[in-house]
Design a protein around this ligand. Structure first.
Ligand SMILES: [Ca+2]
Ligand SMILES: [Ca+2]
Length: 663
């Protein structure tokens, strides 16, 4: 009998080993993650604050009016239509909202402002049916001072006494050391109840958890497990570099040698944070969470659970998270290290440095904005499309902050609660009351940006030349093999032009992006940049004169029939024909003129030349950007079908057979 039992046990083990595995590994590798700031996305109950979906029982409304119930859940189709892979919700947990959800008083519940757990489960279920992944914000560094743990922790004999970082003050009743909060002033706040100071990297209402206490580490794992049990697909982890502090409280932080002269001892940016940021234990903690989610996915046969990490820190310290479990260490360098005055080399350096230091098996990512930073359309006046096109064509993951898809800009004069209010205004759905965000006639928690009548999703959906349709087309384009698997190369040899080339080595198909950083017409010699083949324009930024060519597409078709050789030969033919047969040439010339583009012969080169539409050059609004207008295009190059027909002397010359437009 004993032998029989043993066989049974071995069999069961074998079955478990065979079935338990992480499913759909790498689903996130070319994903577009879309950050929803729930307060500003969609308001279903008319209180002026965005929500998930308020339970029917909670509001006084007849069933017949059910259709007015709009919320994030009701807008899931928007994400699906747009081609988004995953939505990331900024915190929806119960919170006193001192930091609008980043101060959590109950990690296992939804704040009533946003709805209920049931609402969230409905949203998740509907999202999954639509094939959308849902990522939640995990805020592990601190809790609200209203959290039960903190309230209990005030009692130094409580089992929660060491959940936070408590210290005695100095003999002269000063904070234990000179550590400064990210929001400036001392990171220590005195609490009468315990007659001690507690540490907080952010607001005083956000006491830091003590991760040197193993029980706290287990608590956070249990919270992660709670949400994984609900079925979520991953976490964006907040404020990661601040998780650990040195355990030697006597150490004061040194002043930064190059601190700005306008700063003093009360400013966070005054110090070199060698003791309260980027500590080695922080990386080990993130690694432990990765192990936890991998184990969970493996045990439950779940799709891979993705971890995205928010870390504003040095390149090295950011990249290091790849080695410690983060699938997506956010690349904020496009936000922090470049601005509207940066040149193509500055941008190229960001991309190249990331690629250089990233581990071989890492996946790059690009972030152009979020709820803490001025919107990309405001940081780069008139050039939002340029940055979005860049992040979409670069390899890896793109992260979109809500509103970027319609070119929303900051309300730069807004300051009601927080310096960050300007980038948090409600999503502009249409030109109705409150931009379609809320039906509250008394206004919304933050006012909708005043440009909503002319800049909104409904309008942009109906206009082919719109930020939204460009964004949507970019996402479609990203799904091509050449962008999901293709190689990548940057070129800055043309002054003021950043050239990105992606190439599918198996098919030789390429997609290239040309970003003109200058305010002037710029010539680009594509023959030096692109392999030979047929060149066609796929996409151009909003208001680009290239887009106007769409109207003459039929004429372009005519060109295609005429041309069977290469562009230079073709251009020569046109010049000859111009003298003899004006009528026939008409098919070519107006196309060029309407595009404000010219093909000029210079030696053996084909020069692609775009012209600036002067009327669209903005005057450097908000004073933080130069007057500039992007003329950015994305072209694709398909291999020549019959290469033997190409003249050997013309190998560097692109065949021009068709101009094609997608809007
Ligand atoms: Ca609401
Ligand atoms: Ca901390």
């Amino acid at each position: 009998m004993k032998g029989v039992y043993l066989v049974a046990v071995v069999l069961v083990l074998a079955v478990n080993l065979a079935t338990a595995r992480i499913m759909n590994k790498g689903w996130w590798k070319n994903a577009v993650f879309y950050q929803v700031y729930p307060r500003s996305f969609m308001d279903s109950n008319g209180d002026g604050i965005g929500d998930l979906k308020v339970e029917f029982d909670n509001i006084v409304v007849l069933p017949a009016f059910d259709y007015i119930m709009e919320s994030i859940e009701s807008k899931l189709e928007h994400f699906k239509d747009t081609g988004i892979t995953a939505i990331w919700l900024s915190p929806i947990n119960k919170s006193p909202m001192k930091d609008f959800g980043y101060d959590i008083s109950d990690f296992r519940d939804i704040d009533p402002i946003f709805g209920t757990l049931r609402d969230f489960e409905d949203l998740l279920s509907k999202a999954h049916k639509l094939g959308l992944k849902v990522i939640l914000d995990l805020v592990p560094n601190h809790t609200s001072n209203q959290h039960m743990w903190f309230k209990e922790s005030i009692n130094s004999t409580s089992e929660y006494a060491d959940y936070y970082i408590w210290q005695n003050g100095t003999e002269s009743n000063k904070p234990p050391n000179n550590w400064i909060s990210v929001f400036n002033n001392s990171a220590w706040t005195y609490h009468e109840g315990r007659n001690q100071y507690y540490f907080h990297q952010f607001y005083a209402e956000q006491p830091d958890l003590n991760y040197r206490n193993p029980t706290v580490q287990q608590e956070m794992k249990d919270i992660i497990g709670f949400w994984l049990d609900k079925g979520i697909d991953g976490f964006r982890i907040d404020a990661v570099p601040h998780l650990f502090e040195t355990d030697n409280i006597t150490l004061n932080e040194p002043k930064l040698p190059n601190a700005d002269s306008s700063l003093n001892e009360t400013h966070f940016a005054y110090y070199n944070h060698i003791y309260i940021k980027d500590q080695p234990e922080t990386y080990e903690l993130v690694q432990s969470w990765r192990e936890y989610v991998d184990h969970y996915a493996n045990k439950n046969n779940r799709d891979e659970i993705v971890i995205l990490t928010e870390a504003y820190t040095s390149l090295n310290s950011t990249i290091k998270f790849y080695d410690y479990g983060s699938h997506v260490p956010f690349n904020f360098k496009f936000i922090t290290d470049v601005n509207a005055r940066s040149n193509t080399t500055d941008f190229a350096n960001i991309v190249n440095n990331w690629m250089k230091y990233m581990p071989d098996d890492g996946i790059p990512n690009s972030v152009m904005g979020n709820h803490d930073r001025v919107r990309v359309g405001t940081r780069y006046p008139g050039r939002a499309d340029q940055l979005i096109m860049l992040e979409m064509i670069l390899p890896g993951i793109a992260v979109t902050y809500y509103g970027e898809e319609i070119g929303m800009v900051d309300n730069t004069t807004l300051y009601m609660y927080d310096v960050r209010d300007g980038c948090r205004t409600p999503f502009q759905w249409d030109d109705t009351l409150n931009g379609g965000f809320s039906n509250n006639t008394n206004g919304t928690w933050l006012p909708v940006h005043s440009d909503y009548k002319i800049n909104n999703l409904a309008k942009q959906k109906n206009v082919s030349d719109s930020h939204y349709n460009l964004y949507k087309s970019l996402i479609q384009l990203r799904k091509k093999d050449v962008l999901t698997k293709g190689t990548f190369q940057l070129d800055t040899s043309t002054k003021n032009v950043l050239f990105v080339l992606r190439k599918d080595e198996r098919t030789n198909e390429t997609v290239s992006l040309l970003l003109n950083f200058s305010a002037n017409e710029t010539k680009v010699d594509l023959t030096k940049l692109l392999p030979k083949g047929q060149f066609k324009v796929l996409l151009a930024n909003v208001n680009s004169t290239l887009r106007k060519l769409k109207k003459s597409e039929s004429q372009s078709e005519q060109v295609q029939k005429t041309d069977t050789t290469d562009a230079t030969t073709f251009y020569r033919k046109c010049l000859k024909k111009k003298k003899k047969k004006k009528r026939k040439l008409h098919h070519f010339q107006p196309t060029v003129r309407k595009a404000s583009s010219t093909f000029k012969e210079e030696g053996n080169s084909l020069v692609f030349n775009t012209r600036v539409p002067k009327q669209f050059v903005p005057a450097g609004e908000n004073g933080n950007g130069r007057a500039i207008h992007p003329r950015d295009i994305i072209g694709t190059n398909t291999p020549i079908q019959t290469p033997q027909s190409v003249d050997a002397n013309r190998r560097n010359i692109l065949q021009f057979s068709k101009i094609f437009y997608i809007t």
